[in-house]
Design a binder for this molecule. Structure first.
Ligand code: PHE
Length: 347
């Protein structure tokens, strides 16, 4: 009866109940041992010994069963908590830099290697920094609200710069349309020699399409020192463009106009797809337009308090999104703004 009970006791509680029912104060074996007094004297030693043996056996059996149950319980618990150490782990996806930031840093590295500093400036500028000090005439079309986001409706006469008279009737607080204003800030506070680039976001009221963005990234550069010539400018651009696009690329300088440089030019790099022979990518010309540049107009130096008899310089500016498009043949500028990981994680 005890043996059957032992096998049936599936838990520590059931086992304890069984022990109490046999060996407890009112347990069956205890009852038998108590009733021993009623036996004949000669039977007592025999029965006593027998009872003790049975008690010892039951006790041992219960202990054994308790250990067995304990082991089973532990095994069940371990099986429930099991962790398969051979399962491959869940890979943590760590972010990468946005393509625009990558190119921006690459350009920064190239110019830092030439001893240039990297400068920063405000997104919200006054017309002085964005236009006037850069020699843009008052009636220059880029000053109109069609080409510039004005952010304050200050009436004429309450301009930040009292001397400003924007004939186009706009205020003089705007979102910068170019990073050129940073050059003015730097020239105001630092005497030449100046060797700097200023990367940053610029804003123009264009509707976003495949070739335009209302917000994009420009990198401009400025050098002002004694005896700087167009040859210095050309050597610097050739070096820079070959660092970015490859040693085998040719460059071309086309005359152009910018208010703040004279002479001005646009710089092209030979098409890497057709090697300059002309293809769909370069629209048959063999050349890709990369940046605008020129020798700093003496007027700009004078506006910024720099002696234009003593110093000369050059400036250049490029769009980072455009470089990204040319390098990776992106069909649509807007891909750079979507945050779509399928696109971004390719770089
Ligand atoms: N700021 C000019 C632009 O946005 C680019 C430029 C910079 C041209 C410096 C000449 C010199 O188009």
């Amino acid at each position: 009866q005890v043996t059957e009970g032992l096998a049936a006791a599936e838990s520590m509680e059931a086992l304890e109940a069984l022990r109490v029912s046999v060996l407890g104060k009112k347990g069956s074996l205890t009852q038998i041992m108590r009733s021993m007094g009623k036996l004949a004297p000669e039977e007592r030693p025999v029965m006593g010994q027998l009872a003790n043996t049975v008690r010892g056996n039951v006790d041992a059996a219960i202990k054994a069963r308790r250990e067995e149950l304990g082991r089973e319980l532990m095994e069940r618990k371990m099986a429930a908590d099991a962790c398969d150490v051979t399962l491959p782990g869940r890979r943590l996806s760590h972010g990468t830099q946005h393509l625009i930031s990558q190119i921006r840093e690459e350009v920064e590295d190239i110019f830092c290697g030439l001893g240039y500093t990297v400068e920063d400036g405000p997104y919200v500028e006054s017309t002085w920094y964005n236009f006037t000090a850069l020699n843009a005439p008052e009636d220059h079309p880029s000053r109109s609200a069609k080409d510039t986001f004005y952010v304050v409706d200050n009436a004429p006469g309450t301009m930040l710069h009292a001397e400003e008279t924007n004939v186009q009737g706009e205020s003089d607080v705007l979102l910068r349309t170019q990073t050129s204003g940073v050059q003015v800030h730097v020239m105001e506070r630092q005497k030449p020699p100046i060797y700097m680039i200023c990367p940053g976001t610029v804003f123009r009221p264009d509707t976003a399409d495949a070739n335009h963005l209302p917000q994009f990234t420009q990198i401009e550069g400025l050098v002002v020192d004694e005896g700087i010539t167009f040859g210095d400018f050309k050597g610097t651009m050739d070096y820079f463009l070959r660092q970015v696009f490859g040693e085998d690329r040719a460059t071309r300088y086309r005359p152009h106009f910018f208010p703040f440089t004279e002479p001005s030019c646009e710089v092209d790099v030979s098409c890497g797809v057709c090697g300059g022979k002309g293809c769909r990518f370069c629209k048959g010309t063999g050349w890709l337009e990369i940046l605008g540049a020129g020798m700093v107009d003496p007027n700009v130096l004078e506006y910024c308090g720099i002696d234009s008899e003593k110093y000369t310089g050059f400036a250049f500016g490029m769009g980072v999104e455009r470089i990204a498009c040319l390098r990776y043949d992106l069909p649509d500028l807007r891909m750079l703004m979507t945050g779509d990981m399928r696109f971004l994680s390719q770089f």
